[in-house]
Design a protein around this ligand. Structure first.
Ligand code: ACO
Length: 409
């Protein structure tokens, strides 16, 4: 069988997207959601695998800008809509699409590729690694008290329709992007993702509701959530389903958490996909009763090791030589000297002896500061060749704020 890879023609989108839908089980998406994805598709960056006149594989990319430690936003290809028809699986079609895509990303000058994985096991072989995690929790508000940060009483809350509040929420979001690695600068059209709320996806919960936090007439935070009413013989047992929460300062965030944890007729807040260092953990009186769990969030692939390592800053001075292995993108292989600090960095090819030996995946793991080189070394995935280099690099690559991807793509 020969399969041809072609750039997607807009007239083929329905067939192309149909392959993806089928690979994910064949349940059609709601019209509003499908339409948004069609509008957001970057055709020139979307690949179809064709067996004759049959589309049998899909892979797309979005032209994102990703926040990195130090506050810069860096061009990153957001890999998306990946699928291979079950009739053609395990014949190397994904591998050929990933190769073509990474070559295109490199040619386009983006130093990074990022994705969220349907199954984390798929992408390691292509050089991706988990760089940011997300947390979920169920806060039992009948047993857990929430502390209130200073200033929360000066924050006023008001309901707003999610559509009307969108612009104000977006302004808050934009201010938060540089402060946390792993966030995506908003591209036109992407703000509408938060408004996609098909009844079929609500699982008995209300349409999305929005509360704005204001101080002195300025919007300083917002929460987007739904209420899932539940009644038993013993009374009300509803849940607050949190979709988004953002605050410009601790008082704004605290006021929103207090609001969500005290909605009448509810007994819990379902927290999905939040940063692992989220403020609620420090506000609750009993974290064990919140059942926190962790999962992989953003996977990162350094497409151009030198440019990627230069694009972020380092929280302590660092001067190390990495010996990098990268079987899938051999242009990255070899020795790189990274010199940098909190102001900037230079990363160039070198013939000097290596201090640390690793693969491009380990660099992806630690790129946003969500994993440590020392921790990877404890699993045998980083080798220290000069004494002291591991601690030096581990400290330098860290981030005071955990990386986090607020939404999928
Ligand atoms: C970013 C995103 O869009 S994530 C969405 C990914 N898509 C899905 O999960 C939809 C359902 N699954 C699929 O469409 C397909 O099974 C895909 C895309 C995951 C894999 O496509 P294939 O063409 O079968 O992959 P391909 O033949 O290139 O496999 C390459 C290697 O990866 C392995 N592999 C592929 N998929 C998986 C998987 N789901 N779990 C574990 N290993 C996998 C193969 O075994 C093979 O290993 P080998 O090189 O050691 O032999």
């Amino acid at each position: 069988m020969t399969t041809e890879l072609r750039v997607l023609d807009p007239s083929e989108w329905d067939r192309w997207y149909g392959v993806l839908e089928l690979a994910f089980g064949g349940v059609p998406e709601a019209d509003e959601e499908r339409k948004l994805w069609q509008e957001l598709t970057e055709y020139e960056r979307s690949i179809g695998a064709w067996d004759g006149d049959r589309c049998v594989g899909t892979a797309g990319a979005f032209s994102f800008r990703l926040s990195v430690p130090g506050g810069a936003v860096v061009p990153a290809a957001g890999v998306t809509m990946v699928s291979v028809a079950a009739t053609h699986r395990r014949r190397g079609i994904l591998t050929s699409m990933m190769r073509r895509q990474l070559e295109d990303v490199r040619a386009g000058g983006e130093p990074l590729a990022v994705l969220t994985a349907s199954e984390p096991e798929i992408y390691g072989r292509f050089g991706y690694a988990v760089a940011a995690y997300s947390a979920r929790a169920t806060i039992d508000t009948t047993r857990v008290r929430l502390a209130v940060p200073e200033g929360a009483d000066e924050v006023t809350l008001r309901y707003a329709s999610p559509t009307e509040a969108l612009e104000a929420c977006e302004a808050v979001y934009a201010r938060l992007v540089p402060g946390r690695p792993g966030m995506l600068e908003r591209r036109p059209g992407w703000e509408r993702l938060a408004l996609i709320d098909p009844p079929g996806d609500r699982e008995g919960a209300s349409p999305r509701q929005c509360v704005l936090a204001e101080r002195g007439g300025e919007v300083v935070g917002y929460a987007l959530y739904a209420i899932k009413p539940e009644w038993s013989f013993n009374g009300a047992n509803g849940a607050v389903v949190l979709h988004q929460l953002a605050g410009l300062d601790p008082a704004a965030e605290g006021a929103l958490w207090r609001f969500l944890s005290s909605v009448d007729l509810t007994s819990r807040v379902l927290v999905h996909s939040r940063p692992v260092d989220d403020a609620w953990q420090h506000l609750v009186s009993d974290v064990r009763r919140c059942e926190p769990t962790l999962r992989d969030g953003l996977h990162v692939r350094l497409v151009d090791v030198g440019a990627a390592l230069e694009a972020r800053t380092y929280q302590a001075p660092v001067d190390v030589v990495f010996e990098v292995a990268d079987a899938f993108c051999p242009w990255n292989e070899g020795r790189w000297r990274l010199t940098g600090d909190a102001k900037g960095a230079v990363c160039v090819r070198t013939e000097d002896a290596a201090d640390l030996s690793l693969s491009v995946r380990e660099l992806g793991s630690v790129y946003l500061g969500g994993n440590s080189l020392a921790s990877l070394a404890s699993a045998g995935r980083v080798r220290e060749l000069r004494e002291g280099a591991l601690v030096e690099a581990s400290v330098a690559f860290g981030s005071p704020v955990a990386p986090w991807l607020p939404h999928g793509f």
